[in-house]
Design a protein around this ligand. Sequence first.
Ligand code: PLP
Length: 436
Amino acid sequence: VMDGFDPEQYDVDFLDRGGTVHDFIDNKIKELSLVGCSEPFHVANLDNLVKKYVIWCNNLPRVKPFYAVKCNDTPTVIGVLSALGTGFDCASKAEIQLALSLGVTPDRIIYAHTIKAESHIKYARTHGVQMMTFDNQEELSKIARCHARAKLVLRITVDDSKAVRRLNTKFGASLDSAGRLLQRAGELGLDVVGVSFHVGCQCTDSRAYRQAIADARQVFNIAVGVSLYLLDIGGGFSGNENFKVAATINLALDDFFPVGCGVQIIAEPGRYYVESAFTLAVNVIAKKVIMEEAAEHNSIEGVPDRVMMYYVNDGVYGSLSFLINDPTSGSEGSERRYRSVIWGPTCDSLDKLTDSCLLPELQVGEWLLMDNTGAYTVCFLHGHDKEQVELLKTNKSINNQVNQSINQSIKLKNLTLVPNPSTVSRKIIIQRTYSI
Ligand code: PLP
């Protein structure tokens, strides 16, 4: 399964004593404490990626995943997925460069952005990337000028009202305009090969996929004289392992694009693959205790309740921009817990991670671990030093379908060091719940 993944290339070591990712984090925290550092860091469990790949293959056997690099561009993630056999959705020249530099062949890349700079289209041409999406006439003219032999995929707008983050106000051509666009492509001598859509990120309703697949079928039906052979069902899948939308998608594919119809089916999942693989460790760098008068009637023996305000060293201007308002639950345990507000480190009051978390009282220097932080987080870090990736491996196999074990952890991120001689080793886990 992992043919072609060369651990050497990624400076990988296997965890050989059967340790877990949380053991690894504990050790990392101890190491940091010894040198008086409390910088935040991400840890990725690559077993989790493999597991997700296996779940995908079992649940959507007709759909080949093209992982959306924008969601998390960690080279090791791309290396593992590439070795497992996925394709890649790249949305920019930089993402194409990255994928190619890691040995991904151009035929496994779709340039899935409908709005592209001409220089980026030319870059795709000179590097052999043929497949790309479009949704407007201007883009067709640019492609005709810069990459006349591209294999084009028409992105249509679909109902994304059930998604947490909607995309269809910005991207996609209406069904009404599809015929005109296909005609224009023909006039320009361009080769349109398929149709794509995106139901929006974290789509909560599998019927959105069914309707979108039906809409795509309509485009295939009106494409007289154009031989379409590719359907791209986009992203939008939750990071959850119980792949609830799969059954509906399979049924819709069988109804509208039955086996043997000659249409190849792909998807562009991002969050699905990486969200649950990553844990972020942040350090409490400051604390305030607020006595909450209004809560007095809830207080014990007339003592007003306390609200804890903690300031941690990563926030919405670091790797957590997409986590604003995501559901976050507190930690479990028998200790007394307080309503806790967690702020990021900047001067902006928008830099708040949560304001309703129940946590035991923390001290400055303690660590908070946030699970499920792999999607749209590390890709927004500017200037993080990927050369400093550290990996651990294990020889523990996670699945009998996976013939090579890879419980690996990556330290990805180095922010400014905050010397903290009094670092306390206790860590609290805040469980970020899945959004769906
Ligand atoms: N494909 C395209 C064109 C996108 O814009 C996105 C996300 O913005 C994705 C795929 C990945 O989406 P998700 O992470 O919801 O699977």
